[in-house]
Design a protein around this ligand. Structure first.
Ligand SMILES: C[S@@+](CC[C@H](N)C(=O)[O-])C[C@H]1O[C@@H](n2cnc3c(N)ncnc32)[C@H](O)[C@@H]1O
Length: 354
């Protein structure tokens, strides 16, 4: 078994968060970890360690056999270790992973939620994609029609999947910041920008940057709330619009699409890029940050990749976007790869000034 942390010693420190997947490699280990969170064992061991089996049994309100079995599972998953005196502690690599607790727990929850799609419907995903779309929890969760009309149920539903997109994006933004220099931009538009987390990360690193998010009405409302505690909130605006009809306004020197275009058929994605290109200021930049098509290279993907894996049909190679930008007369078209838990890419192009 791979030793957590070892494989990625050469990582940029900004990408250290990738270690969370080391503890979410398979369903059995991940479920045991979720139970340890639910029973309060992880929080206890963060504060007090080493802890005896009896002490942990009391915290978990579980019998000795249940506690010992759970600790065995956690030991096999390199979450806990037993010292010579029989006490249990969290391993050093797991303590590092806990710096990214939001990401770890979000991946645990969503992979668990979608496990039934894989276990019961994977054959459909391979051989009957429309049937899979009808039955999968994945598409019931990401139901954008529920982001249009305000109702208690619709807000509740929308918040659930926005937790996934927001948490993933908090960390994926780091890859984009490493790949592209945002320091020259003043006013950006992020189409399908969700809770504003992507632009929040960019604004945090670039104090002169202002940003507008274009997204569906309920998503914007929840996004407004999301950025409210941040110092950068004054620089972040939300624009409620349906990308299928909306014409982006003028005045932006950067227009971005992050993990948004893969949701749409190629023709629709092309139309959104064309409209963005028209709206962009001359000399401005269009930026697309997306996952590349998944390639396993002979390695089983970790369980935590399930939400991404179920979308495997959607990801396009960067060449599709490079060609579109070239056809629109864009110059200085560049693609940079970003190696996260799967490969991402950043495609950028400049609109001619003429
Ligand atoms: C896969 S999410 C990506 C969100 C965000 N860019 C990120 O990377 O976290 C797609 C986004 O597109 C938005 N979206 C879907 N349909 C839309 C529409 N018709 N008009 C505007 N935004 C839409 C969704 O609300 C969601 O925020």
């Amino acid at each position: 078994m791979a030793t957590p942390g070892k494989r990625r010693r050469d990582l940029d420190p900004e990408l250290e968060f990738l270690v969370v997947d080391d503890f979410l490699r398979d369903l059995l280990g991940a479920r045991a970890l979720k139970t340890a969170f639910e029973l309060g064992l992880i929080d206890h061991l963060l504060e007090r360690h080493p802890a005896s089996l009896e002490e942990l049994g009391k915290i978990a309100k579980a019998d000795p056999a249940g506690t010992a079995f759970l600790l065995d599972m956690l030991g096999a998953n390199l979450v806990v270790e037993k010292n010579a005196g029989g006490g249990f502690s969290l391993t050093a690599p797991f303590r590092i992973a806990m710096r990214y607790r939001d990401l770890l727990e979000t991946k645990l929850d969503f992979s668990g939620f979608l496990a039934a799609d894989y276990l019961e419907l994977f054959t459909g995903l391979v051989a009957d994609p429309p049937g899979f779309m009808q039955r999968a929890r994945l598409f019931k969760l990401f139901d954008y029609n529920r982001c249009l009309q305000p109702s208690v149920e619709n807000y509740e539903h929308t918040r659930i999947w926005m937790r996934l997109t927001t948490t993933l994006t908090r960390y994926e933004a780091r890859g984009c910041l490493l790949a592209h220099d945002f320091s020259g931009y003043r006013n950006m538009l992020d189409i399908g920008g969700n809770s504003g987390e992507f632009v929040l990360q960019l604004c945090r690193k670039n104090p002169d940057l202002q940003a507008t998010i274009m997204d569906l009405p309920l998503v914007c409302d929840i996004g407004q709330e999301h950025v409210l505690p941040a110092h950068e909130r004054e620089r972040i605006k939300f624009m409620k619009a349906d990308v299928r009809k909306a014409v982006p306004p003028a005045g932006f020197d950067l227009i971005s699409f992050k993990s948004m275009l893969h949701d749409w058929p190629e023709n629709a994605a092309k139309a959104y890029i064309e409209r963005a290109a028209q709206a962009l200021e001359p000399g401005g930049t269009l930026l697309i940050y997306e996952r590349a098509p998944l390639q396993l290279n002979g390695q089983m993907p970790p369980f935590s990749m399930l939400p991404t894996l179920l979308f495997f049909r959607s990801y396009r190679p960067p060449a599709v976007y490079e060609q579109q930008l070239a056809a629109l007369g864009f110059t200085d078209i560049q693609t940079r790869e970003v190696a996260l838990e799967v490969p991402f890419f950043v495609v950028t192009g400049k609109k001619p000034r003429n």
